[in-house]
Design a protein around this ligand. Structure first.
Ligand SMILES: Cc1ncc(COP(=O)(O)O)c(C=O)c1O
Length: 444
């Protein structure tokens, strides 16, 4: 396997990790095989603003930003200082901190459908909590869903069924090993924005569906009509509509996709961007949906942790005071324009489009078998030029016009290499192993 001397330390550490950490990394997407393995860095030592430094000492401009969790910018000094002050006052008390009530009030003020709030420390955990509340509130067991909702049993149980689109496992390449077989049929996937599939499933499982879980926005503009129809169906069938805004949430608006599009769910799951890099998750929702949780056992020691609470309060205040909504639109639109200019300039068959908070690069090549190699070559060439990026990009408030310009120049050079590779032998240009998807988001 090829190893660029530039990332020698990263790859050596990764090799050790593969012996002592099952799965190699904690987040599947952080595996070396998700990028240009052997060329992309795997371990970082520090991060600031729009950049990070890897353990070999190389600096990269970052377009992944901790999978969306970094929204203001890496190591934001205002959030970090608030956290440091809080550490000095106590990171976790024996009794409660009133920060949890303060944050709940801020969430209720900013998120249209929020009337009650519970916390967790991460997104998947918050999804599991929402699933528990939905089942408890409705007294029903089955959950319909599209999109990705974490690693917990309630959701991975879907992998006992076939993907309605491909016929394979909904989470490709991941068998439901370790998930109780008795959960088969309890989480049922449907295709993103396929309302007739939802209707059929609701009729097929009459009076059994507790909740409909969706990511209300993925990489495209959300479809308002679809979301309204989902809400009406949820009402008709007495189930709870859950928006998982863990990934799509707050770049589009601090009130979330629901505020942007004007359709409210019964419950919303939040994590990642709400705390700019400190562990935090939340479930917010209507009193009707959440009040029955008073009688459910939902409890964990570190959910009262003050660090996540203060980080969230400070992050939200920063996003609001910095007009983040307009700023993300400006950054995203400028990035889309710049990359498309590079595409045009080089004359490569590609497009860079989608919602401005999460645009995606797609190479338009006839031979679909080459798609993953071409994506890897792009990641490899960008990485060589000091830009850490997958093919879907998200920004932070610290990304500047200069960062975008640098990215555009590197993209143009990378496109030139790809053009040559496609004319000749791509393997001559591809130093890295072809990237692998750690998993596919269940029914995109
Ligand atoms: C929509 C969505 N839900 C849930 C999760 C799981 O969140 P976490 O990785 O914090 O457990 C993710 C993570 O990517 C996500 O994108």
């Amino acid at each position: 396997m090829y190893i660029d001397p530039k990332v020698k330390k990263s790859m050596k550490t990764y090799s050790r990790a593969s012996q002592i950490i099952p799965g190699k990394t904690q987040l599947a997407s952080r595996r070396a095989s998700s990028y240009a393995s052997g060329v992309s860095p795997v371990y970082a030592q520090s991060s600031s603003g729009s950049k990070f430094i890897d353990i070999d000492g190389n600096t990269y401009l970052d377009w992944k930003n901790a999978y969306g969790a970094i929204i203001l910018g890496h190591s934001n000094p205002i959030v970090n200082n608030a956290v440091k002050d809080q550490i000095d006052q106590g990171s976790l008390f024996t009794i409660n901190s009133d920060l949890e009530v303060k944050l709940a009030e801020i969430l209720i003020e900013n998120i249209p459908s929020a009337e009650m709030v519970r916390y967790t420390k991460g997104g998947g955990e918050a999804c599991a909590l929402a699933a528990r509340i939905a089942r408890g509130t409705t007294g029903k067991d089955k959950i319909l869903f599209s999109g990705y909702h974490g690693w917990h049993d309630w959701y991975q149980a879907a992998n006992f069924l076939a993907d309605p689109v491909t016929g394979g496992y909904p989470v490709t390449g991941v068998e439901p090993i370790g998930v109780p077989k008795s959960l088969k049929g309890s989480a049922i996937p449907f295709a993103h924005e396929d309302i007739s599939m939802v209707k059929n499933l609701l009729n097929q499982h009459k009076n059994e569906i507790a909740a409909i879980f969706v990511e209300p926005m993925m990489s495209q503009e959300p479809d308002k009509d679809y979301l309204i129809q989902l809400k009406n169906l949820a009402r008709q069938h007495g189930c709870i509509l859950v928006f998982d805004e863990v990934s799509c949430g707050w770049r589009i608006s601090v009130g979330g996709v629901q505020e942007y599009i004007g359709v409210t769910p019964d419950m919303t799951v939040l994590a990642k961007g709400i705390s700019n890099g400190y562990p935090m998750g939340a479930v917010v929702g209507s009193i009707d949906a959440m009040e029955p949780a008073n009688n459910m056992f939902i409890s964990s020691s570190y959910w009262s942790d003050n660090i996540g609470l203060i980080a969230s309060i400070t992050t939200i205040n920063e996003l609001i005071s910095k007009n983040s909504k307009e700023k993300f639109q400006q950054i995203g639109e400028s990035l889309i324009k710049t990359i498309n200019q590079a595409i045009k300039q080089v004359g490569i068959a590609a497009k860079f489009e989608g919602i401005y908070t999460y645009p995606t690069l797609e190479f338009l090549i006839d031979n679909k078998d080459l798609a993953q190699s071409v994506n890897t070559l792009f990641i490899q060439e960008m990485s060589k030029r000091g830009i850490f990026t997958p093919t879907s990009l998200n920004a932070t408030l610290e990304h500047t016009e200069k960062d975008i310009e640098i990215t555009g120049l590197a993209a143009a050079e990378s496109f030139e290499v790809i053009m040559k590779a496609l004319e000749g032998d791509i393997d001559k240009y591809l130093l890295a192993d072809t990237k692998k998807e750690p998993f596919r988001r269940i029914v995109n």
